[in-house]
Design a protein around this ligand. Structure first.
Ligand code: HEM
Length: 477
């Protein structure tokens, strides 16, 4: 039972929430900054499913109790916004894009963008995803060493650019890659010290960040202008952003920029890192890999994957769901209570930061036995149905659920499936990745080192593929 504080007369008194005291002045701030994921996981083991500590000047509540998670995401979502401190961090990059937005402005933007993620639109991107993955595999040489994380970053950016802007980024790929790297670096800095740095601040890092933002703005502006001149819906997300209207008309040019920037951001590293962890988990669980291979070989008989094949590849989907439980790319997200709230058995005051970690919920042994074990078999329909709401939230939930969830799940199944069909999923001998929890959970600078080993008779290499048109051909007419 979850109720607002004003209507709680008949409820028992709230349960006390254990406090991590930490430093006498700074509370848990430094513990959290030093190694946030480790701190969080250890503290949940020590204090239970809800605990509180001071981070900077605010009280942060860390929550992995499914009932409370579900109340935050779903039942009480309208009383809970994105934290001011997080908005401040995103502001210079994403402006008022969908991720940091709230209230009526978020509602309007969400309504305008939603149709761009309709299943028929998303399904039309499948051939591009398959084709770009095949291009990547064909560019590899048997026996060479590659950083799989880097390969995925490039591939997913190419997919987002094609599906968002219907452009191959042929002229801009260098600019966009460099700009994205610089912006990500600046964001990590901001996350560690969330005091906004003004644009004029003369540090080298800040200058690089300003240059990167200007470069991205330039690319986006040019593409928006070109699309307006063409005045034609080409079936991509860009068309949705540029041509969508409601009773207030279309969105402002600034809002278009913010949404497009947000979609590039939300849609590329998340997917790249999820695939990187799926690769790692399959490489280190050979029986599971063999099962996934057998499913693909039996179902497709060496044919390339299309959107229609995905319902016939349940084990592939289970592998990804299990990866998202075990090592979720978005390992933490946060909200701020707009009023005093009673959620589940607990009381949270107005202004409380409510942090939910999909990494911590996925490790909760109450709902996932032997949680460190990578076991896709957990994800049968029946066991999913038994799982309480709020126990598994890699894409958040409720009104603020990831808008790109279907897009991402399709893209990841096509990419991972194509890879399993064509190459041996492995790690370089003796390689162990690092686990770095900053904006997203990633393997850090050493990446995910692998050795290219093609499988015999692989469809991409034998050229035994059904050629399907890319989205521009489907929609340009
Ligand atoms: C494995 C890949 C992905 C994961 C794990 C993921 C996860 C998430 C999570 C947890 C949120 C909520 C964040 C918060 O509330 O602070 C979110 C929001 C969002 N995601 Fe994703 N995401 C993924 C891929 C994508 C893709 C491919 C796109 C777009 C092409 C996308 C677009 C968005 C947008 C627009 C939002 C904001 C939704 C709103 O607040 O209305 N995401 N995502």
């Amino acid at each position: 039972m979850t109720l607002l504080v004003e209507t709680q007369e008949n409820l028992p008194p709230p349960k006390p929430i254990p406090r991590h005291k930490g430093h006498w002045l700074w509370g848990g701030t430094f513990d959290f900054q030093r190694n946030p994921a480790e701190f969080l996981l250890e503290a949940h083991e020590k204090y239970g499913d809800v605990f509180v500590t001071r981070v900077l000047t605010g009280q942060s509540y860390f929550i992995r109790d499914p009932e409370v998670v579900n109340a935050i995401n779903v039942t009480h979502a309208k009383h809970i916004y994105k934290p001011k401190v997080v908005k401040q961090m995103w502001k210079p990059f994403l402006g008022d894009g969908l991720v940091p937005n709230d209230g009526d402005s978020w509602k309007r933007q969400h309504k305008l963008l939603m149709p761009g993620f309709h299943k028929t639109r998303v399904d039309a991107y499948a051939p591009t995803m398959a084709e770009y993955t095949a291009d990547m595999v064909r560019s590899w040489t048997n026996g060479e060493q590659r950083d799989f994380r880097q390969e995925m970053a490039e591939l997913t950016l190419r997919v987002v650019a094609k599906t968002l802007f219907d452009t191959d980024l042929a002229h801009d790929s260098e600019t966009v890659h460099q700009a994205m790297d610089d912006i990500c670096e600046a964001l990590i800095d901001h996350a560690q010290t969330p005091i906004p740095t003004p644009r004029w601040w003369p540090s080298e890092r800040n200058k690089r960040m300003v240059r990167a933002l200007d470069a991205m703005d330039g690319v986006i502006e040019r593409l928006v202008d070109a699309r307006r001149k063409q005045n034609k819906d080409r079936g991509d997300l860009m068309s949705q952003v540029v041509f969508a209207t409601d009773e207030q008309g279309s969105m402002s040019t600034k809002q278009m920029r913010d949404e497009l920037m947000t979609l590039i951001f939300a849609g590329h590293e998340t997917t790249a890192h999820t695939l990187t962890w799926a690769w790692y988990l399959l490489a280190t669980n050979r029986d599971t890999l063999a099962k996934a291979q057998a499913e693909l070989d039996q179902t497709l008989g060496g044919r390339a994957i299309g959107a229609d094949d995905l319902p016939d590849l349940p084990y592939l989907e289970m592998c990804l769901k299990e990866s998202l439980r075990r090592l979720p790319a978005v390992w933490i997200f946060a909200r701020e209570a707009q009023t005093d709230l009673r959620l589940g058995d607990y009381f949270f005051p107005k202004g409380a930061i409510l942090a939910i970690s999909p990494l911590a919920t996925g490790r909760n042994a109450k709902y996932f036995d032997n949680p460190l074990e990578y076991r896709p078999e957990r994800w049968t329909r029946e066991s999913e149905r038994r799982l309480p709401r709020g126990a598994y939230v890699p894409f958040a939930g409720g009104p603020r659920v990831c808008l790109g969830k279907q897009f991402a799940m399709m893209e990841m199944r096509i990419i991972l499936g194509t890879l399993i069909q064509n190459v041996d999923i492995n790690l370089l001998d003796g390689f162990e990745p690092d686990f770095v929890a900053n904006i997203s959970l990633n393997p850090g600078e050493r990446g995910m080192q692998m050795k290219v080993r093609f499988r015999d008779g692989a469809p991409v290499l034998t050229g035994d593929r059904e050629t399907k048109p890319a989205i521009s051909d489907t929609h340009a007419a």
